[in-house]
Design a protein around this ligand. Structure first.
Ligand code: HEC
Length: 125
């Protein structure tokens, strides 16, 4: 087996691997709102708070210094819901600081869950 044959094999597998990476990204974009994402009956305590605790508390819990913005608990979170900054930032909309900061956008299902909750009036349930 020649060296160049091995090199070609190596290049081919790299090429294959990177196309698969693209495929995966596209799929995530296109089918992010997948059927396994249930956004009916979304509640603050059961659905929204766990996402915010998991993704945002590292910078926005009481005592953390994320731009002086606190997202601990319903009352604090509701301020940023009502002024429109929370949804704008997690959807990476123009004019908002994209959140979570310095990380990729959250999975669509998590964004859709928060959006559905806000559309229902962001109740404290
Ligand atoms: C790594 C730290 C970090 C994480 C994680 C993070 N934030 Fe932030 N966030 C900041 C900092 C710092 C600011 C203030 C400076 C800025 O806007 O970039 C900020 C600003 C904001 C703002 C105001 C944005 C605006 O345009 O006015 C909102 C709303 C917000 N964050 C929500 C969130 C939410 C919701 C999450 C979780 C999904 C989150 N952040 C995760 C650090 C973070």
């Amino acid at each position: 087996m020649s060296k160049s044959f091995l090199a070609i094999l190596l290049l081919l597998s790299i090429a294959l691997f990177s196309t698969e990476g693209c495929y995966y990204d596209n799929e995530e974009d296109l089918f992010g709102a997948d059927s396994s994402c249930d956004t009916t009956n979304v509640t603050y305590a059961g659905d929204v708070a766990p996402i915010i605790i998991n993704r945002c508390y590292v910078c926005h819990e009481t005592g953390a210094d994320g731009g002086g913005i606190v997202l601990s608990g319903y009352t604090n979170t509701k301020i940023w819901v009502d002024n429109g900054r929370l949804i704008g930032s997690i959807k990476h909309a123009a004019g908002f600081s994209p959140m979570p900061k310095s990380a990729s956008k959250m999975p669509n299902c998590e964004i859709n869950t928060i959006e559905a909750w806000i559309r229902n009036g962001a109740p404290d349930n």
